[in-house]
Design a protein around this ligand. Structure first.
Ligand code: PGA
Length: 256
């Protein structure tokens, strides 16, 4: 397995349903100078669909990559309210978050639809950031491993090795999202190792060693360092703390 340092960390901000177009432009004016000199990590910001063009414009000429938060798996068609991979790609997105627990909980996404979305993203040349994670009840019932493996297998069903080499996985325990209750670095690392073991069984040692697994759930400037010290944690998917430029920059700068 390659050394952990062979995997470039990714710090991604998921803005969820926050920020107008004007607020997006303002964020980039403040954020860019704070991270301009950094090369140790890839930086990703995922605004709402409406703010994608403003974010792409705000990030032009920087190393910041823009992602969408969801996609429909068809390229086009009669699907009122949906946005397709070719549309977001044309708008300048490079990646897309797929299967976030809020999508699963509130919009009934399943491993099957996650799988369709992953394939559509790959087909359009977008990097899928595929979210998996257990609820508190599942963790307390000691079902964490089974739940994650099922989401991994279902969401990534019938992917080729080449497909798999292009995805990023985000482990987001549902009980840690927006609750202020972060998984300890030990709990997160233990779970990341379990996901990487699963990846190794399915896709072999080399690809599993290259897979970037992000942790998400109440990541803040105060806890990022401890998480990133764990060799199997390759970055973070940050919700609330990504909305403010200074706090997102502090997270990106965890080792600077
Ligand atoms: P949080 O959200 O950092 O606000 O907990 C993380 C996420 O949902 O991606």
């Amino acid at each position: 397995m390659p050394a952990a340092s062979a995997r470039k960390p990714v710090i991604a901000g998921n803005w969820k349903m926050f920020k107008t177009v004007a607020e997006t432009a303002k964020f980039f004016q403040v954020f860019r100078p704070l991270v301009e000199d950094l090369t140790h990590a890839e930086i990703v910001i995922a605004p709402s669909f409406l703010s994608l063009p403003a974010a792409v414009e705000g990030a032009t000429g920087s190393q910041i990559q823009i992602a969408a938060q969801n996609l429909h798996w068809e390229s086009e068609g009669a699907f009122t309210g949906e946005v397709s991979a070719p549309m977001m790609k044309a708008a300048g997105a490079r990646a897309v978050i797929i299967g976030h627990s809020e999508r699963r909980q509130f919009f009934h996404e399943t491993d099957e639809t996650v799988n369709l979305r992953v394939k559509a993203a790959l087909k359009s040349g977008l990097t899928p950031i595929v979210c998996i994670g257990e609820t508190l009840d599942q963790r307390e019932a000691e079902q964490t491993k089974a739940v994650l493996l099922q989401q991994f297998d279902g969401g990534l069903a019938s992917l080729t090795e080449k497909d798999f080499s292009r995805i990023i996985v985000a482990y987001e325990p549902v009980w840690a999202i927006g609750t202020g209750r972060t998984a300890t670095p030990e709990i997160a690392a233990e779970t990341h190792i379990c996901i990487r073991d699963k990846a190794q069984q399915r896709f072999g040692k080399k690809l599993a060693g290259q897979l970037r697994i992000l942790y998400g759930g109440s990541v803040k400037p105060a806890n990022i360092q401890g998480l990133m010290e764990k060799p199997d944690i390759d970055g973070a998917l940050v919700g609330g703390a990504s909305l403010e430029a200074a706090s997102m920059a502090a997270i990106v700068r965890y080792q600077a």
